[in-house]
Write a protein that binds this ligand. Structure first.
Ligand SMILES: Nc1nc2c([nH]c(=O)n2[C@H]2C[C@H](O)[C@@H](COP(=O)(O)OP(=O)(O)OP(=O)(O)O)O2)c(=O)[nH]1
Length: 232
């Protein structure tokens, strides 16, 4: 795994902070399941200009066709391209926002290391050859013996730790079952996203949560509705 604090790297931001992609819905159906990108409308929150919406047809076909880092990572996720391969000078960390049927989010309290005692989302560093889904599946299995559902990515948020050259990418997914094992965490909790902000968490996670609340205040639900492979 690459060292996030490598001294030879410059600290110029690629993002200038953060980026959000939220998939829209058509007739209540998550567009993640749509295979045709041209039918998809997504909300993008550029870090400088405020919220914006891309219309169907505006979405570039591949990550190479856009300079927009959040869109690049979003397209990589949809097209099963390893996210770390797009940003070879960065460490890419994938984190899962796992939502219970009640709408609570799962957090774990770190057992060891520099962040011991802090709450975080399950996840870890993506290996260069891994897709986001593969990296998350591996981390969730290793850390918590948790199975990753088929439904993923309706909320997709990128936070950059500029000095560390670390990109924290979060993906929303339904929590299918409770963890069977705690490897890296001393305890876990399930809390409403608003309450999670009162816990001791890392800066990137605080941004993720406040952006999640921002979207929820605008009526975007974090709960899964139904259909193939998901649950209500
Ligand atoms: N897992 C996780 N890491 C986070 C979160 N928020 C956040 O800023 N980070 C940062 C902390 C670390 O600098 C980095 C992840 O490191 P990690 O230690 O979890 O990665 P890893 O599981 O692959 O562990 P290792 O093999 O490098 O020890 O991302 C989060 O919610 N979950």
């Amino acid at each position: 795994m690459r060292d996030a604090g490598h001294p030879e790297r410059s600290s110029a931001p690629v993002f200038g902070g953060k980026g959000l992609v939220w998939e829209g819905e058509v007739e209540g159906k998550s567009l993640w399941e749509e295979t045709r990108l041209e039918t998809c409308s997504i909300h993008v929150l550029p870090w400088h200009e405020g919220p914006g919406i891309t219309e169907p047809g505006d979405i570039p076909p591949t990550p190479e066709d856009t300079e927009h880092p959040a869109l690049r990572l979003y397209l990589a996720a949809r097209l099963h391209i390893p996210p770390a391969s797009l940003f070879p000078d960065h460490t890419v960390v994938v984190a899962a926002l796992l939502v219970s049927p009640e709408g609570n989010i799962l957090l774990g309290k770190r057992k060891r290391g520099p962040h011991a005692g802090l709450w975080e989302f399950p996840g870890g560093k993506a290996l260069p050859q891994e897709t986001a889904r593969e990296a998350l599946s591996r981390e969730l299995e290793e850390e918590l013996h948790l199975r990753l559902p088929d439904h993923l990515f309706r909320f997709f948020y990128v936070y950059e730790y500029v000095q560390e050259r670390l990109l924290l990418v979060s993906y929303l997914a339904p929590l299918l079952h409770l963890p069977g094992h705690l490897e890296d965490h001393q305890e876990i909790t399930l809390v409403p996203p608003g309450d999670a902000q009162a816990l001791s968490i890392l800066p990137g996670d605080r941004e993720i949560l406040s952006t999640l609340l921002w979207t929820m205040e605008r009526g975007w639900s974090i709960r899964w509705k139904d259909d193939a492979g998901g649950r209500t």
